[in-house]
Ligand binder design. Structure first.
Ligand code: 1GP
Length: 228
């Protein structure tokens, strides 16, 4: 079982995006705590397997955040299974999970499965459009969603997802308070060491995604900002 509760910094790599060997090595050897593989669109079995094989050259923990049943690739250290707390389309709540269990139920090692209460806070993000995410109007609502995840659903992880835009620290703070003993991830729009440090002061773990593909040096600088 991976010790995700000890992670402070992670990079999220998208199988549908190009990364050259040099950049991938720098990212995997950066001192980050883990690589999360995941994306919203264009994630296939083949591109996930290809990326996993390349990451596996390095000692860093690697987990797959499952977003497509066609792209569940064995060989990761663990599997994050998102439950979109504010999905407006009920087909995104449990239907994919039921389909997954019908297809793969007998192969699942439950100790490798970590369910995430996923709160989608940027309405412009692909995942918000896909799941018709309900808006999060204020910090109090974010806290209530986090409490649903931890106290009602007993999920081990709450993930505040601002993918593509830097989030509101007040909303993050409210989520952290609501998450209580659940492990709290923040991801979205981190582009500078200052932003990484600001969210790391609130969240248990920060996730840096797009910046890897925009400016790998800037992405690497977020590791030291979080881990010192
Ligand atoms: C995306 O939360 C991650 O799922 C990170 O977001 O790509 O905006 O850094 P960014």
């Amino acid at each position: 079982m991976i010790d995700y509760r000890g992670w402070r910094h992670t990079f999220k790599l998208d199988p549908d995006k190009e990364i050259d060997d040099e950049a991938l090595e720098a990212i995997c050897d950066s001192g980050t705590d883990a690589i999360i593989v995941g994306g919203t669109y264009g994630v296939t079995f083949d591109n996930t397997l290809a990326l996993m094989s390349r990451i596996r050259r390095y000692a860093v923990d690697a987990v797959l955040e499952i977003s497509s049943l066609e792209a569940v690739v064995p060989g990761f250290d663990a599997y994050f299974v998102p439950l979109v707390l504010n999905a407006g389309d009920p087909d995104w709540t449990f239907a994919p999970h039921v389909s997954g269990l019908l297809a793969y139920g007998s192969y699942i090692h439950w100790d490798e499965i970590i369910a995430e209460g996923y709160l989608v806070a940027n309405p412009e993000a692909g995942v918000a459009r896909l799941t018709k995410a309900r808006p999060i109007p204020d910090a109090a609502t974010a806290k209530a969603y986090a409490q649903v995840a931890t106290h009602i659903c007993r999920l081990p992880v709450v993930y505040l997802e601002y993918s593509g835009t830097y989030g509101d620290p007040e909303v993050a703070r409210a989520c952290k308070a609501g998450a209580a003993e659940a492990h709290f991830f923040y991801g979205g729009g981190i582009r500078t060491p200052e932003q990484a440090a600001e969210m790391a002061a609130i969240a248990d773990t920060v996730v840096v995604g797009n910046l890897v593909y925009e400016d790998v040096k800037a992405a690497l600088a977020t590791v030291a900002a979080v881990k010192g």
